[in-house]
Structure formats: C-alpha cells, structure tokens
Write a protein that binds this ligand. Structure first.
Ligand code: DAH
Length: 398
C-alpha cells in the first residue's frame, strides 16, 4: 500500500520519531523503484508537489496541527524530512545522456554557437563514447551547506562590536603556565581565589617550579600579560578562546567553554571609560533599550572589580513574561553578563619593564562567557547541545 501522511494523535518526541521514520522508510522504498525519467517525475511530484505533495501534507497535518508546546519538536522532524526528501529526489534523477541523440550513424555533428557562429564537431566512434559519457549539463550532486556554529556566531558578533571601537584581536595558548594563568594575574600560590578556577595540570611536572607547570587555562586573562609583554601601551585588545575548568557537565556547565577577554591600557583610563565602553557594547549586542548596572565584586587582577548586569532583554526587566516568571533573569529583571574592573597595579608590576609603569598608565579589563551569552541570545536550554554535534540542533542556526 502506498504511503499516506497520517494525522497525528500524539506529539511526544517518541511518537514524532516513529512517524518520521515511517515517512523516511516509504521515501527510500519509493525512490528505489524509480527507473525512468517518467518514474522520477511522478516520484518528485508525489513528494514535493506544491499542491498535495507529501511535504505539503506534512506541513499541514503535522506542523500546523501541532499544539504550541510541540511546535519545536515537530519543526525539527519536519525540517529533517524536508532535507531528506529534497536530497533523495535530487539524487534519484536518472542520469540521462544528451547531446549524442541526433548524431545517429553519422559521426559529424554540427554545433551552433550563438548567432551565425558554427563549428563542426567530430564525434569519432560515438557509440562507445556514449557509454561512458558524462552529461555536463546535469546539475551536480548537491551537498548541504554548512553553517556557523552558534558559539562562533555569538563570538564573532561580540568581537565585531569591539573591532568597531578600534580594538585588535589577540590570542594565546590553551595550554598555559601557572605563571600566566595565575601568578602574574595576582593569584599568589595557595591563594583561595585559585580554588574557584580548578583545572587539569599536565602530569609528571612535580620537579618543575610551580610557575612553569603547564595547565589547561581557566580563563583568557593570561593573554593580557602575554600581550603586554609583547606590545607597548597604548593597547586595546579583545581575546577570544577556549578555556577549561573542573566543572562537571550539566545544563549550564561544561568543562570546556569559551570566553572573550578585553583589555584597554593608556594614560588616564578611568572607571568612567570602562562603564561607557561596556554600556555601549551591551546596547550594541542586546538592543539600545537595555540598561546596565555595575555591582561590586572581586577578582585578584582588578581593583576595584565589578560584575556587569544588563536589564533582562527577555522580559524587558519586569521579571515576568505575561504572568509566567522569567527564567533567564530568575525574576530579578537583571542578567549577569561579565566580570570587569580596573587593572590592578600589581599586574602592571609584572610587565613594568615594557612600559607599563603603574604610576604612568592605567587600564580596564573585562571577561565574559560566550557560551552563556549564546544560550541567552538564542534561547537554548542546555549548554551541552553546543558540543554534541547534532545536526538537527545546529541546522536551526543556519
Ligand atoms: N577571568 C575572569 C573569570 O574567568 C573573568 C574576568 C573578570 C576577566 C574580570 C577580566 C576581569 O578581565 O577584569 O572568571
């Protein structure tokens, strides 16, 4: 019996998977039976016909009929089915050989090229050639286009805001020394602030002095020091990159995630510059109506230190969406975005010899979690989705 698109009684992910599987099985079976060009046309119209093709029916009977809560689940399956149908129809087209049909027994063909131009073409032993001929007029096999990963997309967006302000992009190694990751950022050995950034150290380094031991960097801040060692002030950089921490994976934590660091050093940089720059950046990222707020905090490498909050761009700062509590801001109307502060003079002491005398220069720094921002911006509910490589998830950002 030929496959017909059923009305769905149930919209649970399991029921949807079953329905999608039946559809795809039918697709495979029918595509296997395509032999001639005429078969293929019937096949194409049956699956892709605008009026009553299977895909159109799937849209009507599955997607449109789905209750609100299930739209997303249904949408994912329907997108997948659409991609598979398109691909199968495309691939199933019988390979036709054209161009030799009229040559007949004669092995001279005449090709007319535009107006008044003509060329004689010697076809040689045409029949043998026909066997192996490739019809260059057929469309090639289409490969689905890739898309930017949502984390990279968010990262590029943030970087471009700062690039427009004249910042350069700097990078540094993911395997870092204790010196750059901690010591030069004013985390002395055994300082309790190190506990909040527990990470993996490479094995068998006990004979090395602590500062030379290698670890997976816990933040992008070490690139502040590395860049100040290489470049004299004034300096304005943003630093994207991967970082690692000893955090078991859950919906909002991953042992590997991404940060963007910022650093501006010059003469007379003040807290006002920090506030103005970040207020501008938040408006560029989340819309001109967001407000920013700075709350005192602590980081060893900045003094004073602050956390930057933006008014919740999901609920407009009300803490509620309609009557529902707003989850992203935990009903507070504010979302924490990053850590920041004025560069601690102790940090400049480590790079003083390259022109960073803390009595002459000042600066501000900030660091933000890109994955977290991508989660908020795109309404993703589990950070793990970013790293599982499931095309059904990633294709939604294409
Ligand atoms: N490195 C900090 C962290 O990972 C974030 C941070 C805070 C970076 C304040 C900064 C800063 O540059 O000034 O938790």
């Amino acid at each position: 019996m030929a496959y017909t698109v059923p009305k769905l009684k149930e919209f649970s992910p399991a029921a949807l998977d079953k329905a999608a599987e039946r559809l795809l099985t039918a697709l495979e079976q029918e595509s296997a039976a395509v032999n001639t060009e005429a078969d293929w046309k019937t096949f194409r119209d049956r699956w892709m016909g605008r009026k009553n093709g299977v895909l159109t029916q799937v849209n009507e009977l599955w997607l449109k009929a789905a209750p609100k809560g299930a739209k997303r689940d249904v949408g994912q399956r329907v997108n997948l089915a659409r991609a598979r149908v398109t691909e199968t129809v495309e691939d199933g087209k019988p390979k036709r050989i054209v161009g030799y049909a009229d040559a007949g027994a004669a092995n001279i063909g005449e090709v007319t090229v535009g107006k008044g131009l003509s060329a004689k073409v010697k076809l040689g032993s045409a029949p043998a050639v026909v066997e192996h001929a490739v019809d260059i007029t057929l469309p090639g096999n289409r490969h689905p286009l890739g898309a930017e990963h949502p984390v990279i997309k968010a990262m590029n967006e943030i970087l471009s805001v700062f690039r427009n302000l004249g910042y350069s992009i700097a990078e540094g190694p993911i395997i870092e020394t204790d010196y750059y990751n901690f010591e030069a950022l004013n985390f002395p050995p055994n300082h309790p602030a190190r506990d909040t950034q527990d990470t993996l150290f490479l094995a068998n380094q006990d004979s090395k002095p602590l500062r030379d031991r290698l670890l997976l960097r816990t933040h992008t801040s070490p690139v502040q020091i590395r860049t100040m060692e290489k470049m004299k002030p004034p300096l304005r950089i943003v630093v994207p990159g991967k970082v690692h921490r000893n955090d078991p994976p859950d919906a909002s934590h991953s042992p590997m995630f991404h940060q963007i660091e910022g650093l501006a050093v010059d003469t007379n940089i003040t807290l006002g510059d920090l506030k103005g720059t970040l207020d501008h950046a938040m408006k560029a990222l989340f819309g001109s109506s967001v407000k920013t707020s700075f709350r005192p905090s602590f980081f060893p490498f900045t003094e004073p230190s602050a956390e930057l909050l933006v008014s919740c761009f999901i609920c407009g700062g009300r803490g509620k969406r309609n009557l529902e509590p707003c989850r992203p801001c935990k009903q507070t109307g504010w979302i924490e975005i990053l850590g920041c502060g004025m560069v601690d003079p102790n940090v400049f002491e480590f790079v003083k010899s390259n022109g960073y005398d803390p009595r002459k220069v000042s600066g501000f720094a900030f660091g933000m979690g890109v994955d977290r921002l991508a989660i908020l911006k795109y309404g993703v509910d589990d950070i793990q989705l970013f790293f599982q490589g499931d095309v059904r998830f990633l294709a939604q950002f294409a």
